[in-house]
Design a protein around this ligand. Structure first.
Ligand SMILES: [Zn+2]
Ligand SMILES: [Zn+2]
Length: 246
């Protein structure tokens, strides 16, 4: 899921002071910092603040997989650092995106600081307000450096008979949301070849690709039958490379 939720206009880009505590540079539209993530031109390292509600901590292997993916795609000679912190339940599931943004405002502590790009992930104890009886949203990228994982839904759909391994499902959804922050598809990293799914904006039309729209909702279970973990296809990889990535 991709929600373009922006509190500040790009017009004040030049006047934002990035001192680690001013949130302004981190309140922009999803995908608008794609080049900042991919290239080392402005930021040579990334710090990721992971917050999780008690009982919904991501698997350590999932975060290792995210870091590995970022090291493979991003030019960050200063490295990628992940911090984790537990928070109490906001208690308002199902969560709409305004509630998710309010939780960020209350709890996020890391913002861009000089040449360090700050990113934020929340693992929440409930479901999306946009879920239906038959479809569950597993993650949503909603700002330039922020996304939420509906970890309760991830847990409900993994580690039982006929379901994917939990680390595999968490990894798939996290990498999908990460790639929205990296500007896929046509969301800040310009398309080098036509591969936009016209019916599901900002997603790839290759049904085996990590950026196919089903990889962030319960439709992903079909894609992962047999233990497959979706990967980026050549079109998505090319877009990242041309926008400053590896
Ligand atoms: Zn998506
Ligand atoms: Zn693709």
């Amino acid at each position: 899921m991709i929600t373009v939720f922006s509190c500040s206009s790009d017009d004040d880009n030049n006047t934002i002071i990035e001192n680690g505590t001013n949130p302004s540079a981190n309140l922009k539209a999803t995908g608008s910092s794609a080049n900042d993530f991919l290239s080392a031109a402005k930021y040579n390292s990334v710090v990721i603040e992971v917050l999780y509600v008690t009982g919904f901590r991501p698997n350590a292997q999932t975060l290792t997989n995210l870091k590995q993916f970022m090291q493979n795609r991003l030019n960050k000679p200063g490295g990628i650092t992940i911090t984790e912190r537990e928070i109490t339940s906001p208690g308002s599931s199902p969560y709409d995106i305004n509630e998710i943004a309010a939780i960020e405002t209350l709890n996020r502590t890391k913002y861009n600081n000089a040449n360090v790009l700050a990113m934020y992930m929340l693992f929440v104890d409930g479901k999306s307000a946009q879920d239906t009886d038959s479809s569950f949203i597993l993650g949503t990228a909603y700002r330039n450096t922020s996304f939420v994982m509906f970890e309760n839904s991830v847990q409900n759909l993994s580690n039982s008979v006929g379901e994917p391994n939990r680390v595999d499902l968490e990894t798939t959804v996290i990498l999908h949301e990460m790639c929205h922050l990296l500007g896929l598809v046509n969301l800040g990293s310009p398309m080098q070849a036509e591969h936009l799914d016209e019916a599901h904006d900002k997603h790839c039309d290759n049904e085996n690709c990590l950026m196919f729209w089903k990889t962030e909702n319960s439709g992903v279970l079909q894609m992962m039958l047999g233990g497959n973990v979706p990967q980026l296809d050549d079109d998505c990889l090319a877009d990242l490379r041309v926008n400053g990535g590896k």
